[in-house]
Design a protein around this ligand. Structure first.
Ligand code: PGA
Length: 248
């Protein structure tokens, strides 16, 4: 069975609730495509408004983060049951900004992946190398290590539902996109790793996105590659361009 394309916006720390509702209205007709899973991953405070705003459309809602405990004394955090109750279906885990700015390591990221699945949320698990690792030509080992750690104890049936986003850090928000061949190389490597860690059937089902300055101009070429099943889009997800990526 061919894998279904998944185009997800990562709004990051942008849009107040009222701006979020306006953006949903602006994008509504542009993102129509029944052949593609369309997801808006939005700031926690926008979730309730965005779930309401996309009702009756093809858009699914994702969160950008959560904590691994259901409730209790964790000031400032939100839990998986809170996200589920609000209508969230996806959650980004292990984004390089969470890793680098907020110090999240692979142990926590692994716990988050397991907790998301246990809670009925679909993780969008991010991985990717820095420019230094790319230049040192050690990026393949790095990505393999990230994925191996992050999926420790995750079952094959769960991985079949997982979304992995390959996001080279040097391409995030920089306007410098990986070439389609560079992106395909790593997405293919991730799929081969899943086959090695699990089996070929699991590798054939897991969906792998590319992320990093994907835009209306380069999306079609990136998405034409056999191992690239979608995109995780930052900057361009806040503009009408996002509709062009959905329909690329
Ligand atoms: P970008 O961000 O599209 O703005 O490069 C991608 C991401 O960080 O998910």
């Amino acid at each position: 069975m061919p894998r279904r394309r998944i185009i997800a916006g990562n709004w990051k720390m942008n849009k107040t609730p009222s701006e979020a509702v306006a953006l949903c209205a602006e994008l509504k007709d542009l993102v129509k495509n029944d052949a593609v899973d369309v997801v808006y991953c939005v700031p926690a405070i926008d979730i309730v408004a965005v779930v309401e705003a996309v009702k009756g459309t093809n858009v699914h809602v994702g969160a950008e983060n959560f904590y691994i405990v259901d409730n209790g004394a964790f000031t400032g955090e939100i839990s998986a049951p809170m996200l589920k109750d609000a209508g969230v279906e996806y959650v980004i885990i292990g984004h390089s900004e969470r890793r680098d700015i907020f110090g999240e390591n692979d142990i926590l990221i692994n716990q988050k992946v397991k907790k998301a699945f246990a809670s009925g949320l679909t993780p969008i698990l991010c991985c990717g190398e820095s420019l230094a690792l790319r230049k040192a030509d050690t990026y393949k080992e790095w990505i393999e290590r990230q994925i191996t750690w992050d999926l420790d104890g995750v079952t094959a049936d769960q991985v079949k539902k997982l979304v992995i986003a390959y996001e080279p850090i040097w391409a995030i928000g920089t306007g410098e996109t990986a070439t389609a061949d560079q992106a395909e190389e790593v997405c293919g490597l991730i799929r081969a790793l899943i086959a090695k860690l699990y089996d070929q059937a699991t590798a054939d089902e897991v969906r792998i996105q590319y992320g990093g300055s994907m835009n209306a101009g380069n999306a079609a070429e990136l998405l034409s590659k056999p191992n690239i099943d979608g995109g995780l889009i930052g900057g361009a997800s806040l503009k009408p361009d996002f509709g062009k990526i959905v329909n690329a």
